[in-house]
Design a protein around this ligand. Sequence first.
Ligand SMILES: [Zn+2]
Ligand SMILES: [Zn+2]
Ligand SMILES: [Zn+2]
Length: 142
Amino acid sequence: MPAGTTNAGAPFGRRTEKYRDREGLVTDTMTSRPPEVHGIDLDPATRCAHYHGPTDIMAIKMKCCGSYYACKDCHADLADHPIEVWPENEWSQKAILCGACGVELTVRQYLNSTSLCPSCRAPFNPKCRRHYHLYFQVLGSP
Ligand SMILES: [Zn+2]
Ligand SMILES: [Zn+2]
Ligand SMILES: [Zn+2]
């Protein structure tokens, strides 16, 4: 048995159509139909009337109704019910949409993303971190 050939034995072992991240979640890269995003004065990158800076490109699926909204204020204006935050035990749900590339992230992927889309590297607005408690059940929030 020659040494140093540990990676040479399985050339067909990685033919998978889905990308599996380190949490073991499957990210389907064949998103042919992006989810509909609700909001006020939306642009193609899901910026809205409230948050329209260059990095305000992500939409959030609301726990309460399962619909994507550009921001909590769009939800307040358009939905007829109060917002609900994502409890931590559901952070493996896909609930973040990158308006730049259309990839859907789980809550946990987003919270771990350090304000960059892990798929297209588009920067997310770092100020959104101040609003995490409005969307996600974070430790220390009331
Ligand atoms: Zn809702
Ligand atoms: Zn908005
Ligand atoms: Zn992206």
